[in-house]
Design a protein around this ligand. Structure first.
Ligand code: ADP
Ligand code: MG
Length: 696
């Protein structure tokens, strides 16, 4: 199955090269796993008369009544007409014209298959697949013929969907059962009543009946989910069993003193629960690798701080890393203030830290007199040496990559506990699939003092009312954000829009009565920091910004969030942005400004934002609208790129796969029993990262 694809009969070096380049098909196995996106009943021939604009793929049979080349250069094309007993249809080729012209002699009979489009009320097919009616009679056809996705380039080289089908047919015909050994344990096959692997891989391409295809589909979907869940579960289980972790055995003076005397508020139930979960984890001697998901404003920072104090109580250092310097500073300011009466040494280290200060910090870290270090994610890259790092907190990141972790772990003899925090909630279904190798906690509760944020959608022409509203809030002593989109592809144009927007806002809010901060990605760090700081200090009342302020920024006095061209933002981004307000005790507002032209998806997003502030509900909707592949932070996990399975539509299979996988992990985590030998062999045969390569 690992033979290079060019060795398959009918491929050869040139087509092999094309298949590699265009479809990433390198081996026999890749071709076998290049699944058809649908099947057609090729024994059914439709009448041209019956074609409607709703017709998708169709097959008709008839005789060629005209053929000719029209247009020039890029518009040059071959146009033929085919006629059956009920009407005519145009056939069009832009490529392979010469050969096609020779083939399509007038009066000859063909069966053509392809996707129908309508031009001036007439049906036509571009680059249909054709076969001469003489040939048709000779062939014995599969009942359901697979249709494969292909590219224009491949079609032009004689590798259209049908030809790919010929190749898979060749491949499937030569497969023997031992080429595709069963990988699921017998109990699972019996329990799920799924068909065997060999049969499934044959029938997914060439099913003898629709039921057989469905059975193959179920089997392969289940397998995709199951293997992914199993691999991640094994990684987690091995980490828990074999990698030694720092032990935080006692809750000491620092933790207790802070908890009893310096905590500025009561913890929410969710915060308490998560602290407890972490305390339990870090006391056991296993290494914690935890993802903490908490909606915007749910209060993750204080949880991190409590765990850092716990580390200090046990004699260990902690680091806290944020994605931007602004956020690192904010964390530092908050934490330094909270800890000011405690004997904890906390410092910040960033790209702008002065040389002499830096030297001092590094010394303190190495000697162990510095307890907490706060910085950007670059802290792991830095040649920072710790005396005894016991905990690393990573803020606003979904995943802390294997490589980064390894770097961090090189900084301690026993790997430190890792706590990754993210404010982009993802639905539970997705979380368990994407993060199955991590310990996982959720904070689904906001602190009680929050006033709900009122969200409205307004069209462009009511801008002056919106500005009037901002003015009235500012006059009450509040502050406002006005956010402009900055999308990479059209960065220049967006930048001009931002500047225009800024001038516009300035015209509504003239100095010296009003002051405006502006923050965007083209500024130097220094300028951005200064502008941000002025807004935090309430020297300015309005912050005009791009999404660089998206995560984490905490200015409780800000009560209005205006999002310009809100239709251009994704749901999770809108949710993040809205989370910048509603942090104080005043009622807050989010205004989504859009143009009048909105497509359905955009309308749906706006409606969702107006209807709810629940991050998990929004995440569900996002998943529904965009599909899992696009959900921020899950793409790199590689765990959601299933070929057949879909975590939204196939939830039942996912649940079942998860159940079965955890049953195996619970009872036989080394896959040493005879029953699981197949699984063990299969996992070992997978290329790249297997469950056996410990992520530590
Ligand atoms: P996020 O989870 O988005 O990082 P933060 O940790 O920044 O949230 O907390 C948001 C705000 O809520 C901060 O001003 C913080 O002091 C406050 N806060 C956190 N927990 C509580 C609580 N239990 N009660 C009241 N306010 C809280
Ligand atoms: Mg935060």
């Amino acid at each position: 199955m690992t033979s290079p694809i060019e060795y398959l009969k009918g491929v050869g070096p040139q087509r092999g090269e094309m298949l590699r380049k265009e479809l990433s098909i390198f081996t026999f196995k890749d071709l076998l796993e290049y699944y058809p996106f649908r099947h057609v009943d090729r024994t059914r021939v439709n009448l041209i008369r019956d074609i409607t604009p709703n017709t998708d793929y169709i097959q008709v049979a008839g005789r060629i009544t005209s053929v000719g080349i029209i247009g020039e250069k890029r518009a040059k094309r071959l146009v033929a007409e085919i006629r059956d007993q009920t009407g005519t249809m145009e056939l069009i080729w832009f490529q392979g014209i010469t050969w096609m012209e020779k083939t399509l002699t007038i009066g000859s009979g063909f069966r053509v298959f392809g996707k129908v489009s309508f031009f001036q009320g007439q049906p036509q097919m571009t680059h249909p697949e054709i076969e001469s009616l003489q040939e048709v009679g000779k062939e014995t056809k599969a009942y359901l013929e697979p249709v494969y996705p292909t590219t224009e380039k491949l079609k032009a080289r004689g590798l259209g969907g049908r030809q790919i089908g010929k190749l898979t047919q060749t491949l499937v015909a030569q497969l023997r059962e031992q080429d595709l050994p069963e990988n699921l344990p017998e109990e699972i096959l019996q329990h799920t009543k799924l068909v065997g692997r060999f049969q499934a891989l044959q029938h997914i391409h060439f099913p003898p009946s629709p039921e057989a295809w469905q059975a193959a589909m179920n089997r392969l979907k289940f397998e995709e989910f199951f293997i992914a869940q199993l691999r991640m579960g094994l990684i987690k289980s091995q980490r828990h069993r074999y990698s030694r972790g720092v032990v935080f055995s006692q809750v000491g003076e620092l933790f207790n003193d802070f908890y009893e005397n310096h905590l500025p508020f009561q913890l929410t139930g969710a915060q308490k629960r998560v602290v407890k979960e972490i305390r339990k984890d870090t006391g056991t001697g296993k290494q914690m690798n935890r993802l903490l998901q908490g909606d915007v404003g749910s209060g993750k920072t204080i949880v991190a701080l409590l765990v850092m104090l716990l580390a200090a109580d046990n004699g260990y250092q902690s680091c806290l890393m944020a994605p931007t310097e602004i956020l690192a500073r904010q964390h530092y300011a908050n934490i330094a203030k909270l800890l000011k009466d405690l004997p904890v040494n906390v410092k910040i280290l960033t790209g702008t830290t002065k040389k002499s200060e830096r030297k001092k910090i590094l010394e303190e870290l190495a000697s162990g007199t510095l307890h907490f270090i706060i910085g950007t994610h670059a802290l792991v890259e830095d040649p920072v040496i710790f005396n005894n790092l016991g905990l690393a907190v990573v803020d606003e990141q979904h995943r802390f990559g294997v490589a980064q972790r390894a770097k961090l772990w090189a900084k301690a003899t026993i790997p430190p506990h890792v706590l990754v925090m993210t404010a982009t909630p993802i639905p539970r279904t997705l979380a368990m699939t994407a993060y199955g190798d991590l310990d996982y906690s959720v904070m689904d509760e906001l602190p009680p003092n929050r006033k709900p944020i009122q969200t409205v959608h307004r069209y462009e022409q009511t801008r002056s009312q919106v500005m009037g509203f901002i003015r009235s809030e500012i006059e009450k002593g509040r502050q406002a954000y006005i956010i402009f989109p900055l999308i990479e592809e059209s960065e220049k144009m967006d930048y001009e829009n931002l500047m225009k927007g800024y001038e516009n806002v300035k015209a509504y809010f003239p100095e010296p009565k009003f002051w405006i901060s502006m923050v965007h990605g083209r500024q130097t760090n220094e300028i951005r920091e200064t502008n941000m700081q002025r807004f935090k200090d309430h020297d300015t009342q309005i912050m005009v910004a791009t999404t660089v302020i998206e995560v984490g920024v905490d200015v409780p006095n800000a009560s209005v969030m205006v999002i310009e061209s809100a239709e251009k933002f994704g749901l999770s981004q809108l949710h993040q942005l809205r989370g910048r307000v509603g942090r104080g005790s005043e009622k807050s507002f989010c205004i989504l400004l859009t143009s009048n032209k909105l497509n359905n998806d955009a309308l749906e997003r706006l409606k969702t934002m107006v209807a709810t502030t629940d991050g998990f509900k929004i995440a569900e909707k996002d998943l529904e609208l965009r599909g899992p592949g696009d959900i921020e932070g899950t793409r790199q996990s590689g765990m959601l790129n299933f070929k057949l399975a879909n975590i939204m539509q196939d939830r039942e299979w996912l649940e079942l796969a998860k159940d079965m996988a955890s049953r195996i992990i619970d009872t036989d985590p080394d896959l040493s029993s005879a029953n699981n030998l197949r699984l063990k062999n299969y996992l070992q045969s997978l290329q790249g990262k297997t469950a056996w390569s410990k992520i530590s």
